[in-house]
Design a binder for this molecule. Structure first.
Ligand SMILES: [Zn+2]
Length: 237
């Protein structure tokens, strides 16, 4: 499904993978839960490309719903894989990139089980990305350090089309944008700072890891940031 001329969202996969089209080949942002590789490859074929056209896979972070099909897709396509150093280390072992947090003693064993079940097939990341790097994708794709959800979370911003790929640092929920919060958030203060940092990019469209693509992205980002600046931290927990 096309969001803009050169940007597709691949339907039916959790979390959303995005396919970016350039004249020299394709770039995929995130890979969905384990078992999504065939759906993604089918979509690439239906869009008129060969699997070998996939040059790059970029990871926002190493959670199982974003990196779950990385190993299979890398094997099938030979694509070069990019992520932050921290998330690359998590992907290399297949482990969760941070522990799920709770003070509830009954939830602790449930979360420990979720972390065990959430392991993915390990994969090798070829190149480590850091804040401010620009990739030769969509006329210049900026790497934005948006740690908070996980320690090495990255977003990607394409100024040529005004599109922000926010992973799980900003989520689309019922026609609203929300920052990462709750037990899946590694560091709430850093997560909030990452929201404000992304507001400054003035993206028109926000493509997050979950929920609808937000075509009215800037207005929704402003609303989200206002809530963060005005509300004391405890009101958001
Ligand atoms: Zn996710």
């Amino acid at each position: 499904m096309k969001i803009a001329a050169n940007i597709h969202i691949i339907p039916g996969v959790t979390a959303h993978p995005y396919l970016l089209v350039d004249s020299d080949g394709l770039t995929l942002i995130d890979t969905g839960i384990p078992g999504s590789a065939n759906k993604i490859l089918r979509y690439i074929k239906q869009a008129g490309y060969a699997r070998r056209d996939l040059n790059r896979i970029l990871l926002t972070h190493a959670d199982y719903d974003h990196a779950g099909s990385l190993a299979a897709l890398k094997k099938a396509t030979g694509a070069r894989v990019y992520a932050s150093l921290f998330e690359a280390r998590a992907v290399a072992t297949g482990q969760f990139p941070r522990s799920l947090k709770t003070d509830n003693i009954f939830l602790k064993p449930v979360f420990a089980l979720a972390e065990r079940l959430g392991r993915i097939s390990p994969a090798h990341v070829d190149e480590h990305l850091s804040d401010g790097q620009v990739l030769p994708v969509l006329g210049g794709l900026f790497v934005v350090d948006t740690k908070g959800h996980t320690p090495g979370h990255l977003s990607f911003f394409a100024p040529s089309v005004g599109v922000l790929f926010s992973g799980d640092s900003i989520l689309s929920v019922k026609d609203r944008l929300v920052g990462s919060h709750g037990s899946v958030t590694w560091d709430q203060e850093k997560a909030d700072a990452s929201v404000l940092k992304q507001l400054a990019l003035k993206a028109r469209i926000v493509c997050s890891g979950h929920g609808a693509v937000e075509m009215d992205g800037l207005a929704r980002l402003i609303k989200l940031a206002e809530g963060l600046t005005l509300a004391p931290a405890y009101q958001r927990l």
